[in-house]
Each structure stands twice: as C-alpha cells, then as structure tokens.
Design a protein around this ligand. Sequence first.
Ligand SMILES: [Zn+2]
Length: 217
Amino acid sequence: MYRRANMVSEKGKRRIYSSKYALSSIVYCSKCGDIYRRIAWNNRGKKYTVWRCCTRVTHGPDACHARTIKEEDLQEAVVEAINQLISESSELKEIIKENIEKAITGDGSRQIEEIDKEMLEVQEELLKVANAKKDYTELADRVEELRNEKENILLEMAEEKNEQSRLKELEEFLESQQLEIDSYDEELVRKLIDEIVVYDEKLKVVFKSGIEIDINK
Ligand SMILES: [Zn+2]
C-alpha cells in the first residue's frame, strides 16, 4: 500500500460526470471493465438498491457474470477503506510528505532554462545561415527538437503538480480527520476516491492519491 502512495491510477481515463451519486461511474467490473450501475430493485414489495455491471444488465450473464452488489455493502466497504486510511494516517503522512518534497525538488525549470538558452543560440545561428543563403535544414530540425523537448518537460511538470495537489488534499483530510467516520459520506467519496473495482471476493478501493485498499465484501 505504501509503495503505491506515489502511483497514479492505472486507468488514465476518467469520465467527467455530474451525478447525484458519488459512486456513479467510478465503480468498475473486474471481469469486463465496464462500469457498475445503480439499480433500484423491487422484489415482492420489498425495495432495495443494488449495483450491477452494465454489460451484465444489458447483455445478460453470458456476456459477463460479474456479481451484483448491494448498495449497503458497497457503502460499508467505502467507510471501511476510509477508516483504514485514517488509522494508518501518521505513517501515511510521512510518506505523503516525502512524495511532495520529491516532487518539489524536480529540476524541470532548470532544464527549461537550458533549452531556452540553446533555442536562442540556434535561432540566431539559423538566421545568419539563412541570410547567407546557405542550407539551414539541420538548424531548423534542432529548433523543432528543442521545442518538443520543452513541451514534454512542461507536460511532466504539470502532471507532477497535479499529483502533488492530490497528495496535499489527502494530507489535509488526514490532518482534519482525527476520528474514524461512522457513516457513508457522498462528499468524502467525491473528494478522496478515484475508483472501486468489484472482484468476486473483494472490492479494491483506489484513492485519488494512488493508495489502494482491498476490502473483503
Ligand atoms: Zn462486467
């Protein structure tokens, strides 16, 4: 778990949604990868809510035989996972701090400076060569190369920053949360959880910070 504290979620894609249920579109099927959908069941006058794999709902058990999970169990698993996170928080905070520091000491901006400097030199050289009506293809290629390099570094820096702010958010939550939570909370789910994967015997809760906790449910 700690080893994964600095990892980004495996599923790069994230669906943008505005649902009244925080769990909508973050619960995935481990068998077919589809999302789980909330369904209200009415069985002989007895009403309850379950979550089911969309593939299974649409195409039947031959297409996917993932299990149905009661909303109650899903919410309990979320509460348990968050509480595990809170109970481990002092060790976790150390790890988070280390990760944030690591990200801060990255040398992206120094690399950018060097690239800018070389870019300027190459462009000046290119102008001279071009004015002398000589072949400047190589210099033009180098400019293009430098431009790509710079773009990649900027992208990396943006990702790092993004990860950093997610870790910061988790750190703040752990700081503010002294006691364990005793009930399911939609807002906390939106704030902390990236995705939940449903397996036959467990639920894998993946936090936005990259931490994963398995709950047997
Ligand atoms: Zn499925």
